[in-house]
Design a protein around this ligand. Structure first.
Ligand SMILES: [Zn+2]
Length: 443
């Protein structure tokens, strides 16, 4: 008897070719011109089919901070943005620094509509607990995130001996170490210089947390990565000099990856004049020269990944004075769209988009069978209407955080269907099924 597929996507544009894509048991089972039988069919009429984005840098909040975001609202935002896998950062309540905290977060994440994993954290008293987590739950987390400066409810770890031990531990268990690359000492020194009340204004943000603080951190990360031979992932790079420093170290054989956020790619610090503390983010937005340098590296595919750094806060918190307002804003609904827009406008190749948003993160974090449209891979897919033109409107975000420094930005190309593990979970702004995502390492 002929095998009947679960779902057949007809007339999909995959890499410029018009093909049909068959799905069975959550995975891609057929790619070609034929039309094998299927229980369900969706005609895409030539719309672009991409792998769903794998976002390695998301702050889902939840648990103690559900007023900012939950796994339900955050993962619905992901679906609306064509993101099919999210990796959550450890600075939650409780922080993910032990087996107990892992179990608690893992339970909360079961409500996610998209696939998920977590980065662990640690502090100078918790390395033993982290070792136990790595040992007892070998496939539980994607990486280890270390913060070299305070940013948002995180432990700061800067002692060289401690960092060396933490990195060596991560290496022992094949975990990539992710860094928030701003050095605390530099930030504190600048904060003292600008402690007068007249400087309590977002316009001084990129002066207080200046590029030197990033460079100081990068030098330390490069030194320790080389010494311990541990792969390090630089989160949200912001400067030309920082890029050059890391690129040179990569050439010298130091195992380093670079992440860029959409906001450091597409926004300069001028956004703070328009949006005030809404645009407050760590590390800060920089001037146009820095932005353009990084943008050019990105469109040439010279960075490892794009991470949204989706960092939702309650809007009233963002409205507080500069020194009190928390850093970060939502990004799950705009990140992939901003890249897709670049590809449709012809500034960037779709292959580059797929590399930095899907394939590279899957490879760096050893995620099995995701990030590509290939037979045997999970059917995590985003259908893009390449004719659609729209404006970013945070009022209709799925995220609880309904604001964005991308407010009003015109974009070409809209995700109209998002498929997770073979299930079309989001079709034309409707959430069709409450099917949940999977732990990406569960298999
Ligand atoms: Zn972050």
């Amino acid at each position: 008897m002929e095998k009947v597929l679960d779902l057949l996507l007809i007339h999909a544009d995959v890499d410029g070719a018009r093909i049909n894509v068959g799905i069975e048991d959550g995975k891609i089972a057929y790619l070609g011109k034929d039309r094998p039988s299927a229980h369900e069919k969706i005609n895409l009429h030539g719309k672009v089919l991409l792998p769903g984005m794998i976002d390695p840098h998301v702050h889902v909040r939840d648990m103690g901070m559900e007023y900012k975001e939950t796994w339900e609202t955050g993962s619905r935002a992901a679906l609306a943005g064509g993101v099919t896998t999210i990796i959550d950062m450890p600075n939650t309540k409780p922080p993910l620094i032990s087996i107990e905290a892992y179990d608690q977060k893992n339970q909360a994440a079961k409500k996610s509509y998209v696939n998920y994993s977590f980065h662990a954290g640690t502090d100078e008293h918790s390395l033993y607990q982290l070792g136990k987590l790595f040992e007892d739950r070998k496939r539980a987390v994607a990486g280890l995130k270390l913060f070299l400066a305070e940013t948002s409810s995180n432990e700061v770890t800067v002692q060289k001996d401690f960092l060396t031990d933490a990195m060596s531990l991560a290496r022992q268990y094949n975990k990539v170490v992710l860094f928030h690359a701003e050095l605390e000492k530099c930030v504190i020194q600048n904060s003292h210089k600008y402690s007068d009340e007249k400087y309590d204004d977002i316009i001084y943000h990129s002066t207080i947390r200046n590029i030197q603080c990033e460079l100081d951190a990068l030098k330390l990360i490069i030194e320790l990565s080389a010494k311990t031979n541990t792969p390090s992932y630089i989160c949200h790079l912001t400067s030309a000099a920082g890029y050059d420093l890391v690129a040179q170290a990569q050439k010298n054989g130091v195992p380093l990856y670079m992440e860029l956020t959409p906001h450091h790619t597409f926004l300069s610090e001028d956004a703070v004049f328009l949006f005030g503390n809404i645009a407050k983010v760590n590390p800060p937005l920089r001037n146009e020269k820095e932005r353009l340098y990084l943008y050019n590296r990105l469109i040439n595919g010279e960075l490892s990944c794009v991470g949204s750094d989706h960092a939702p806060h309650f809007k009233d918190e963002k409205m507080m004075r500069y020194s009190k307002a928390p850093s970060g804003f939502p990004g799950l609904e705009t990140s992939y769209h901003l890249l897709i827009d670049q590809a449709i406008r012809g500034h960037m190749n779709f292959n580059t988009v797929k590399k930095i948003a899907c394939e590279n993160p899957a490879e760096i974090f050893s995620i099995p069978k995701r990030g590509k449209i290939e037979a045997g891979y999970y059917a995590d897919l985003a259908v893009v209407d390449q004719e659609a033109e729209w404006k970013v409107d945070p009022d209709i975000f799925e995220s609880k955080a309904k604001y964005s420094p991308f407010l009003g930005k015109n974009l070409k190309g809209k995700v109209c269907i998002t498929i997770v593990n073979g299930v079309a979970s989001y079709i034309d702004k409707e959430f069709t099924q409450s099917v949940h995502g999977k732990d990406i390492y569960s298999e």
